[in-house]
Ligand binder design. Sequence first.
Ligand code: SAM
Length: 224
Amino acid sequence: MSNFYVVATPIGNMKDITFRALETLKEVDIILCEDTRETRKILQRYDINTSTLSYHAQSKMSKTDKIFDLLAEGKNLALVSDAGTPGISDPGAMLVSLIRERFGSEVKIIPIPGANALVSALCASGLPIHEFTFLGFLPHKKGRETIFKEISNAKRTYAFYESPHRILKTLESLTEFCPNKRVCVARELTKIYEEFKTDTPKEVLKFFEENTEKQRGEFVVIVA
Ligand code: SAM
């Protein structure tokens, strides 16, 4: 029987990787990577020499067939993404689903939990998080207004990922549609310039407009 491990890797701070993840990455036959160059950084840091194979959102069915062949041969594989937990707004969920469908209980799919930007942001935000809805990345164009209206009427907390190109636009929409909510922008989690800014959408927007250098980086937005 083969094992297929879904392994979380750091979202910034290279120390945020578990002993079990390192042990797994050392022991498997092949590591499937979203981008082999990104994964090499962590492998070099921890002196891991396991072979890598790229697997990303654009990978063709022939790559999936190759992975199926490796599992059928009894190889143990690990799946990693560029950062955090594979499948969470990252490639991987579809592959896991295909492996379950194709192999059933013949392949053991084993999660190796660890870093994740959503959970890191929520747990330190100070906002109510006993119940929340995660939206992944918001649509770029069509459907945005509907989502902001949904958030404005929501009783529970909402969270989503945002890119530096759209953070101001999103804060403008929150100011328009949800002026009375509290919003927390968690930026550069686990990195040197990690920062949480929590206030009304209008005040958070003002803060990022005035501090243009803070418009760069990676963001999780939480709306209570
Ligand atoms: N799989 C990852 C996880 O487990 O969190 C998420 C990958 S998704 C492609 C990348 C997005 O996650 C970024 O655009 C950002 O919104 C969020 N993100 C990832 N790392 C982050 C960090 N260090 N600080 C804040 N947000 C982060």
